[in-house]
Design a protein around this ligand. Structure first.
Ligand code: DAH
Length: 347
């Protein structure tokens, strides 16, 4: 039968699975040659139909078998091809990225503080004036708000919490944390005990070699009964030695902040000259950032009784400690956020 011979020879010549599939359609598909021929059988006289019908079925079977066999051959060829790949050959390494320098520093800082029982928290970066300034003991409209070069958002102020802004420091988290703990205390009745580490993005209107408009700060807040300056000094020294190295020293100097009394600047001894004084540090010390004992007004603003509770707080810059770390010298801090791979790949 011509259909059979025709089909079988085409099947045997098929070069790949796709061609085989096309031949299958050509003969066995809905309007394939054999399918149509089988439909034509209805027109035959009744007595001839069984014989021709059987023949057609045999042809169909032969074609199907040929397709299956040739198809199986293609499959084996594919497997053989795969097996020829030498799996012991060294692979091509995909290029791997790594965590951004600042993210690495944040992880390191988090570990250091978590090791001594601090809990990392996160609070809004779009804040009310109340959290960023008011509750931190800044009188209304006090120009000290300018010291933080704040971005105010052009939106109707909240009647109680004031204008909306991008938080210029992580100290706003102190208020959020104390409010939260006071609420919880109302439910549990347990005394307040806070060891907070707030790491967040902070925003200021600034951009030069040592400032970027968006940077990160890490803020500690410790509140309890009988917390004193010695605790602050202990935590400062522990951080300095853990982050910068065991040979580095720390110190506090008097300063002024609205939300702490007394207030301090905290310093770390210079890693280049070991505290002797050099071009980098001038007198042997590098400034780390602010700290102090939480002002009684701040405690009161959060519903805490200053005759029972005391505490200390500190707020330091992530980018700052990172660039102060020995071995990492970055002339222009803006490079950190420039997405230049040549720079980022070094760390
Ligand atoms: N928020 C201050 C700043 O950004 C730093 C600071 C000073 C934080 C004293 C504190 C503190 O917690 O006690 O300049």
């Amino acid at each position: 039968m011509t259909i059979k011979n025709n089909a079988v020879s085409l099947i045997l010549d098929a070069g790949d699975e796709k061609e085989l599939e096309e031949i299958k359609l050509q003969f066995l598909g809905k309007s394939g040659t054999l399918t149509l021929a089988m439909k034509e059988m209805a027109k035959l006289p009744a007595e001839k139909r069984p014989e021709i019908g059987q023949l057609a079925n045999e042809v169909k079977q032969i074609i199907e078998e040929a397709i299956t066999n040739v198809g199986a051959g293609f499959h084996t060829q594919k497997i053989e091809k795969i097996q020829k790949i030498d799996v012991t050959e060294p692979g091509i390494k995909p290029s791997l990225g790594h965590l951004h320098l600042v993210t690495q520093a944040i992880e390191e800082i988090t570990n250091i503080f978590e090791n001594i029982g601090f809990t990392r928290v996160r609070y809004p970066e779009i804040e009310y004036d109340w959290y960023a300034f008011g509750a931190l003991n800044f009188p209304d409209n006090h120009p000290a708000r300018d010291d933080w070069e704040t971005f105010f958002i052009d939106q109707e102020p909240d009647p109680k919490k004031g204008p909306i802004l991008l938080t210029p420091h992580t100290s706003s988290g102190q208020i959020r944390e104390m409010e939260k703990q006071v609420e919880e205390q109302k439910k549990t009745g347990n005394p307040i005990s806070i060891k907070m580490l707030n790491i967040a993005k902070t925003y200021r209107r600034q951009s030069d070699v040592s400032h970027v408009p968006m940077f990160h700060q890490f803020e500690t807040l410790v509140i309890g009964e009988n917390i004193s300056i010695t605790h602050l000094k202990g935590v400062l020294d522990y951080f300095v030695k853990s982050y910068f190295g065991p040979d580095r020293k720390s110190r506090i100097r008097p300063y002024h902040f609205q939300f702490t009394e007394p207030s301090f600047e905290t310093d770390v001894s210079c890693g280049v000259c070991n505290g002797k004084g050099c071009k980098l540090c001038k007198e042997g010390w590098l400034e780390l950032g602010g700290a102090g004992m939480v002002h009684p007004n701040v405690l009161r603003n959060c519903g805490l009784d200053p005759s029972i509770y005391t505490g200390f707080a500190s707020g330091w810059g992530v980018e700052r400690v990172l660039t102060m770390k020995e071995g990492i010298e970055i002339d222009d801090i803006r490079l950190l956020y420039s997405n230049k791979l040549e720079f980022l790949e070094q760390f």
